[in-house]
Design a protein around this ligand. Structure first.
Ligand code: NAD
Length: 496
């Protein structure tokens, strides 16, 4: 290992950072005067305070966004000018990548290497949608009505309410912000109360990029107060939500009164299917990356692994051996491979699921507890945990744990495994590992999931649609179709 690799990144702030909310390009406190403490899950220390926004803050932010949508500079900009602003934001994210990455690591315990990798990719979302900003157009439609011309225009929706979870705040914010702004909307963003800091750091860059006041507003606070007020607000034309399936249901109910559109990116319990002819080494690594990346706190976690019975034993041994090598440690140390759980409540939830798995009769093959190593004592660590001989109907195989816990389930044939894989309320992602090309496509076509990887896991791109079937969501993020999710069509008739 060279010395550069050994450098441990420093937390950016040495004393408690007091953040403000971002409304109309200004930094403001909440009308509530209350704050929420951000705790570093590795050290247990309060490292930041963020305003606890309430309904009146949301009202002010939505009013600012509504005004910016119809008055002032923003609605006058051409598509290419909006694209330029987004490109500038992408450049600024590049220039500030380390600061943004460290902020998120300190806030949610994800490892620095993963965050630096993510930050390298994130400007791509700004650039990709910047490219669309001057290509949003309608069509001319031949109508069977004499002397009439009909054409359509694609118009922005208005104020977008973006509600984001704690596991990947920057990424999931940019997935919404880039297409929303490229298409001419304005926004109120409500990050998670657990991890608001990186989004507020991003706000500095949004201002620096030159977006006019009110185009992007950020109100921090709890889901029940700030989040619900945003979802219920009559001037919000779309809620772009990422979070749990339960909250997704509330968003639909609360936005129904004013017919806001919704896009919902929700939970998952994704199957990872290993056929008998799979490349064992690659699939072991794929399973590992699929479920233990970000300490298992990803919606796409491949948390149900179906392994053909003929290779079950060999696969399990290799998976355990490889998992034992995962290095837990300081998330700011680039040699650390797995960080902490993001907050205390989530840590308890994951440990409770591990106890449940034992009671349900699953075989605990590895992990299952907080590590005994004294260096890790303060941090919210949970050892990577492997349950063997799981049955798909067990709760640990049906409910989203959102932690480093994987369920291994043996199967006998293709038909059975497709049935088992689909036997879940979720449908976010899946993977198929096999050298048989025909089987891989056949199985991919039968899996009820928005994304299927063949001989890989966890790949996403700004150009490829991402979203869920069934209880994993409504609508898609990423890709060209999203332009339609942030615009509405107007049909214009002209009498010739
Ligand atoms: P959560 O649903 O508890 O919270 C998500 C956001 O919604 C937070 O900002 C929260 O404050 C807000 N919120 C909570 N209650 C609300 C309400 N009644 N009205 C409006 N807003 C409310 O989810 P979480 O625990 O923060 O995140 C984990 C979940 O997110 C997991 O289920 C995970 O699978 C899901 N997720 C999905 C994707 C995806 O792309 N499908 C990506 C990441 C995370």
């Amino acid at each position: 290992m060279n010395t550069a690799e050994k450098t441990i990144y420093k937390p950016i702030y040495t004393s408690t950072k007091k953040y403000k909310m971002f409304i109309n390009n200004e930094w403001v406190d909440s009308a509530s005067k209350e704050t929420i403490q951000s705790i570093n899950p590795y050290t247990g220390e309060v490292w930041a305070e963020i305003p606890s926004g309430n309904k009146s803050d949301i009202d002010i932010a939505v009013a600012a966004a509504k005004k910016a949508f119809s008055e002032g500079e923003w609605p006058k900009l051409t598509g290419s000018q909006r694209g330029d602003l987004l490109r500038r934001l992408g450049d600024l994210i590049k220039q500030n990548a380390e600061k943004l990455a460290v902020t998120e690591v300190v806030d949610n315990g994800k490892v620095i290497n993963e965050m630096l990798g993510q930050l390298k990719a994130l400007p791509g979302w700004c650039y990709y949608y910047a490219g669309f900003a001057d290509k949003i157009h309608g069509e001319t439609i031949p109508v069977e009505v004499p002397n009439m011309i009909n054409y359509t225009v694609r118009e922005p929706l208005g104020v977008i309410g973006a509600i984001v979870p704690w596991n990947s705040p920057l990424l999931l914010t940019l997935w919404k912000l880039s297409p929303a702004l490229a298409t001419g909307n304005t926004m109120v963003i409500k990050p998670s109360e657990i991890t608001s800091a990186s989004t507020l750091e991003l706000a500095e860059l949004i201002k620096e990029a030159g977006f006019p006041p009110g185009v992007v507003n950020i109100v921090t606070g709890y889901g029940k107060t700030a989040g619900e007020s945003l979802a219920r607000h009559p001037d919000v034309r779309k809620i772009a939500f990422t979070g749990s399936t339960e909250t997704g249901k509330q968003i639909i109910r609360n936005s129904a009164d004013h017919f806001a559109r919704v896009s919902l990116e929700l939970g998952g319990k994704s199957p990872n299917i290993i056929f008998e002819d799979a490349d064992i080494k690659n699939s072991v690594n794929g399973v590992l990356a699929g479920v233990f990346a970000a300490t298992g706190q990803t919606c796409m976690a491949g948390s149900r692994v179906f392994i053909h019975e003929s290779i079950y034993q060999e696969f399990v041994e290799k998976l355990i051996k490889r998992t034992r090598t995962i290095r837990l440690g300081n998330p700011l140390d680039p040699t650390t491979e797995m960080g902490t759980i993001a907050f205390e409540g989530q840590c308890t939830k994951v440990l409770n699921y591990i106890e449940l798995g034992k009671r349900e009769g699953a075989k605990l093959l590895l992990g299952g507890k907080r590590p005994s190593d004294s260096e890790l004592a303060k941090g919210l660590f949970i050892e990577p945990t492997i349950f063997g001989d799981v049955r798909n109907e067990m709760r640990i195989a049906q409910e989203e744990i959102f932690g480093p816990v994987v369920c291994l389930i043996p199967f006998t044939d293709e038909e059975e495994v497709v049935k088992l894989a689909n036997d879940t309320m979720y449908g976010l992602a899946a993977a198929v590992w096999t050298k048989d090309v025909q089987r891989s496509h056949r199985v991919a076509s039968k899996i009820e999931a928005g994304t299927v990887w063949i001989n890989n896991y966890r790949k996403v791109s700004f150009s490829s649609p991402y979203g869920g079937y069934k209880a994993s969501g409504i609508g898609r993020e990423n890709g060209s179709e999203v332009i339609h999710e942030y615009t509405q069509v107007k049909s214009v008739w002209v009498d010739m």
